[in-house]
Ligand binder design. Sequence first.
Ligand SMILES: Nc1nc2c(ncn2[C@@H]2O[C@H](COP(=O)(O)OP(=O)(O)OP(=O)(O)O)[C@@H](O)[C@H]2O)c(=O)[nH]1
Ligand SMILES: [Mg+2]
Length: 310
Amino acid sequence: MSVFGKLREKLSRTRDDIVGKIQKLVVSRTRIDEGLLDEIEEILIGGDVSIDLAEEIIDILKSKMRQQGYIDTNEVLVVLKDTMAGFLLDSVSTNEKWFNQFVNNAEKPLVILVAGVNGTGKTTTIGKLANLFAKSGKKVLLAAADTFRAAAGEQLEIWAERAGVDIIRNQPGADPAAVAFDSLTAAISRGIEVLIVDTAGRLHTKVNLMQEITKIRRVLARKMESAPHEIFLVLDASTGQNGLVQAQQFTEAIGVTGLILTKLDGTAKGGVVFSIRKQLDLPVRFIGLGEGIDDLELFNPQQFVEALFQ
Ligand SMILES: Nc1nc2c(ncn2[C@@H]2O[C@H](COP(=O)(O)OP(=O)(O)OP(=O)(O)O)[C@@H](O)[C@H]2O)c(=O)[nH]1
Ligand SMILES: [Mg+2]
């Protein structure tokens, strides 16, 4: 299946919940009036797209109605799609460009620190990322700095095997910052190109745990001044708007550089991509579309919007 075909299939719940509902609503009416526009706005806001986007869409529809005296079904959908696409278009930098720069960066190793609240999909995403970088010919090492959960190291080890990359583990209960430091030391001596550091899930509200991850970051920078080169926050799309608060807190603590939005396949809350765009100054770099090793895609805003309409 093509990347677009897969995206289209995996986003079906979000599509049904936003575009599908609006489509049904407008085709069931002979006249599109202001009352109907209110219903459209409700669907958009219920679909977790930002209020700003919902208002922008409704304003355009209203002004078209005033100008023309009417608006037809097809026009409603065109406005919806164009406005959604425009909303995401001025993304911080395009992901293709970012990815190419990242994999062509001569600095060794490039260090990626991965953070997030419990169960958002950090370890799984690291497995997928390891596979992606290994497939682009990179020498990858994983660091099991989640020493909190006894099974966490084993879980990462299984992903390392699947992706065909090495892993550094320590005893459960070891200082996670020490594991991160040792891994970076090993990465340097082994000529590793990409080091990805897994961390334990933590609530953004727990001060001591946020200090712990700040320490991991600090220790990496002590070993290599430019590290970590990327700090990815993994957000579970199915938590919708709650992810925004997590992102703000993690950004304050560790300076997140990019987001990975997981579990878009199982949720109707994919509209959260629009809220993220409006409320956070952070790029969504990747999206998770399933539990398999290939279920990670570079986020492409145009394709994303296209997949919601086809
Ligand atoms: N459907 C779906 N499931 C996912 C995706 N990413 C991760 N999962 C599942 O989410 C669950 C949690 O994934 P983990 O990778 O263990 O999450 P984590 O953030 O490392 O969890 P902790 O380390 O305990 O904080 C697992 O059952 C994964 O298979 C995704 O994109 N889609
Ligand atoms: Mg984990």
